[in-house]
Ligand binder design. Structure first.
Ligand SMILES: Nc1ncnc2c1ncn2[C@@H]1O[C@H](COP(=O)(O)OP(=O)(O)O)[C@@H](O)[C@H]1O
Ligand SMILES: [Mg+2]
Length: 349
């Protein structure tokens, strides 16, 4: 079913993306060490990842970092690994049984994250390497933070020594993902490592229309062309929004209400992304200024100074703009997601 809001995990429910699936599967077959799967929120990274992993005949783990907080600790990190290993216990029991610091209780995998018999991430990876395995880290930029170095050291170690492991890292905040990996940063343990990258693009108008029509057809719902066109015009070709709008229209039949709901979802996400510090106020004001059509450095600066009734340091503004780009919210003074743009216009001063 295309109009299902959960990430997809098989080709029947996934619209298009054949080329991307093939590329991912080829990387896996070729035993490449590291693959990045990037693209804006709702573009379908998790769906494509899960579908590819379900299709290949190899053991895989998905470490889901979506819920990791900015200041996550070792316990949080190990709990993600623990959940992931638990979900693949049937395939990994024999390996996990032999590892110090790992215990299996019923169908749950416990990991000791501190103390004398703790298991390091690098050790764990070395053990998993006993057999061919794909380790996917979803929204890997969230691993930035206090434990960044430890995780990167472990990945770099596995990159060099654990030839049975293929890592697939996804990221919605693409610049932050590059920062985390630091492949261009001489200080980073992953410096200079080669990786492949697949970027998921939005669907063009034709594909978006086709996807919506197919979704409504599956629900045996006859939909007027003008509604399809309104959805495509407002939500662009971002599949997550298309699914959201299609499903909402099926349930409520009120296009304006759908748009309002989408905008309030986006506003909520913007709050979470920009955080609660006093500096976050400025991030939101800059977003609002750009959303209102200030599409150059000097216009954004003027708008921000008028909003804040204060002169603003150029280096601070350029820092904010750089970070908004790294978060994949804005590129060249334009929003990457039309709903985020609408939401930003409504940010309260
Ligand atoms: N190609 C696709 N076909 C059908 N539904 C899709 C497709 N891509 C994404 N979706 C839907 O869009 C939403 C967001 O997809 P998801 O895979 O979670 O995106 P991401 O991980 O990039 O944020 C989900 O509801 C998912 O079911
Ligand atoms: Mg995802």
């Amino acid at each position: 079913m295309i109009f299902d809001e959960r990430p997809k995990d098989n080709r029947r429910d996934l619209f298009d993306r054949e080329k991307e699936l093939e590329k991912i599967e080829n990387n896996i077959i070729a035993k490449k060490p590291l693959l990045l799967l990037v693209g804006v929120r709702r573009i379908g990274k998790t769906s494509v990842l899960q579908t590819a992993l379900n299709e290949i005949n190899e053991t895989s783990l998905i470490i889901d970092c979506r819920k990791l907080k900015e200041n996550y600790g070792r316990r949080d990190l190990y709990s993600l690994f623990s959940q992931s290993l638990t979900s693949r216990l049937d395939k990994l029991k024999d390996i996990l049984r032999k590892i110090n610091g790992v215990s299996i209780f019923g169908n749950y995998v416990e990991l000791k994250w501190s103390g004398k018999d703790y298991i390091s991430i690098a050790d764990l990876l070395d053990h998993l390497n006993e057999r061919r395995i794909i380790i996917a880290i979803d929204e890997a930029q969230k691993l930035r933070g206090p434990l960044s170095k430890e995780v990167k050291d472990a990945i770099a170690h596995a990159y060099d020594y654990d030839k049975n492991i293929t890592f697939i890292l996804t990221g919605s905040e693409v610049g932050l993902l590059y920062d985390f990996l630091g492949v261009n940063d001489v200080e980073s343990p992953l410096y200079g490592r080669y990786y492949n990258e697949i970027e998921l693009e939005r669907f063009d108008k034709e594909k978006s229309i086709e996807m919506l029509k197919k979704g409504f057809e599956e629900l045996s719902f006859s939909i007027k062309d003008d509604i399809i066109n309104s959805i495509v015009n407002e939500f662009d070709g971002i599949p997550g929004w298309l699914v959201f709008a299609g499903l909402q229209y099926f349930n409520k039949r009120d296009f304006n209400e759908i748009k309002e709901t989408a905008i309030s979802i986006a506003l909520n996400e913007i709050e979470k992304l920009t955080g609660k510090s006093p500096a976050s106020r400025r991030y939101k004001t800059v977003m609002k200024c750009i959303a209102k059509g200030n599409e150059s450095w000097s216009k954004v600066k003027e708008c921000l100074e008028l909003e804040e009734k204060s002169t603003i340091s150029s280096s601070i503004l350029s820092n904010i703009l750089g970070n908004l780009e790294k978060m994949s919210l804005i590129k060249d003074y334009k929003f990457l997601d039309p709903i985020y743009k609408e939401a930003s216009i409504r940010i309260k001063p």
